[in-house]
Ligand binder design. Structure first.
Ligand SMILES: Cc1ncc(COP(=O)(O)O)c(C=O)c1O
Length: 395
């Protein structure tokens, strides 16, 4: 058993979630059913989207959205390497080619100024990520997408509760800027259902297609068949998937959605405490909102001073009982993506993504954590930086 006292993240559940699970178990309907339908309505309302379609996780949400949007073999999808590997995997699952664009260091998100240069005649879609919950610069990206008639699908895995200022005022991430936005309900996220995902869209036809595709492309769903007093035979008009969410997960998700505003507020307070305490450390860069963002602080990722011993600092913190993670991965550095086939085209260098991974460190952030704990973590980072730089000088 590890002696870690401060985890990097943990989900929060109360008696409401426990009772919701029992309610579903006793109802006799445990797979996709009335709880999923209710969560979809409540989630769409929360985000300000017209439709929400629940699925098994965000990876399949991305795959389903790309597939239903007509992205397929040989198409290129512009995205970031500086993200969880699921994004690139979903593009590959659709048969398409991920084309990586560098990020900006201040928000870890796709650099809108570099998107246009990545467009080729094969480009079909842009897939920006709201990394760690920090909203991407969507208005600029949408302008490029519209100019080149490209599909825009957001990877909003971490984005529930984050807000973005637009010409029309503040909106929630999930009010789709393009065709769709895809969310994750993995336990590292604010709204956690074990596993789970959601797609939001304002396009009614697209929503209906997603609903069929997630359930084997069946013409009738289970509820239509079970609730009918007529014998009904379904048909399968195209190849589909089993990407359903269960009613057990959805019932938990509905309770979590109720808690969400309070959870976001709590994290904003914690982020404030971290940023104030960390500001005293020379060379360390705490994450900050842009003027047009209000982040949910799903994950709080600092940049260590240039040249700092990332692994050494993380180890000293772990020895103190503080769990951290290094900066977001770079997909192009992983064996699965390091040597793309020639047919994928030429890759551009991604120096900012690599710097963000090598200097980044994600700090503990979870419901119930206190501002005093955040200040203690900041003090231990200061001490770890001093100790590791002394050690480096002595060598
Ligand atoms: C940016 C991003 N996209 C996609 C995913 C995949 O989400 P899921 O685990 O729900 O499939 C994650 C999960 O961590 C993520 O961080």
């Amino acid at each position: 058993m590890s002696k870690t006292t401060l985890p990097v993240a943990k989900p929060f559940y109360g008696p409401e979630e426990e009772q919701a699970v029992v309610r579903v178990l006793r109802s006799g309907w445990v797979t996709q059913g009335p709880e999923v339908a209710a969560l979809e309505r409540e989630f769409a309302d929360y985000c300000g989207a017209r439709h929400a379609i629940a699925v098994a996780n965000c990876t399949v949400a991305l795959h389903l959205s790309l597939h239903a949007a007509g992205v397929g073999a040989g198409d290129e999808v512009i995205t970031v390497s500086h993200s969880f590997i699921a994004g690139a995997n979903a593009i590959r699952m659709a048969g398409a080619i991920p084309v990586f664009v560098d990020v900006t260091l201040n928000d870890f998100n796709i650099d809108p100024a570099k998107v246009e240069a990545a467009i080729t005649p094969r480009t079909k879609a842009i897939l920006p990520v709201h990394q760690l919950g920090m909203p991407a610069q969507l208005e600029k990206i949408r302008a490029v997408a519209e100019k080149h008639k490209l599909i825009l699908i957001e990877d909003a895995a971490c984005g529930i509760g984050s807000e973005l200022k637009t010409e029309a005022g503040w909106i929630k991430v999930g009010k789709p800027f393009g065709l769709a936005a895809c969310f994750s309900f993995h336990p590292r996220k604010l709204l956690a259902t074990g596993d789970g995902g959601m797609i939001t869209t304002d396009d009614e036809g697209f929503a209906a297609h997603l609903r069929r595709l997630r359930q084997h492309a069946m013409s009738l769903n289970d509820r239509q068949r079970h609730q009918s007093n007529q014998v009904m035979f379904e048909s399968y008009d195209e190849v589909g998937f089993n990407y359903r969410m269960t009613d057990i997960q959805a019932a938990i998700g509905r309770c979590q959605l109720q808690r969400l505003p309070a959870m976001v507020e709590e994290r904003r307070t914690l982020a404030g405490a971290y940023s104030q305490a960390l500001a005293r450390i020379p060379g360390l860069v705490p994450p900050a909102d842009r003027a047009d963002t209000r982040t949910n602080w799903q994950s709080y990722c600092i940049l260590l001073p240039a040249g700092a011993d990332q692994r050494g600092v993380m180890q000293r913190l772990l020895d103190d009982g503080i769990s951290t993670r290094r900066g977001v991965m770079c997909i192009h550095r992983e064996p699965a993506y390091a040597n793309p086939p020639e047919s994928d085209g030429v890759r551009v260098p991604l120096p900012v993504s690599e710097e963000a991974q090598d200097r980044g460190m994600i700090l503990p952030m979870f419901a119930g954590m206190t501002a005093d704990q955040a200040r203690w973590v900041a003090a231990r980072i200061d001490a770890a930086l001093a100790a590791t730089s002394q050690k480096a000088r002595a060598c």
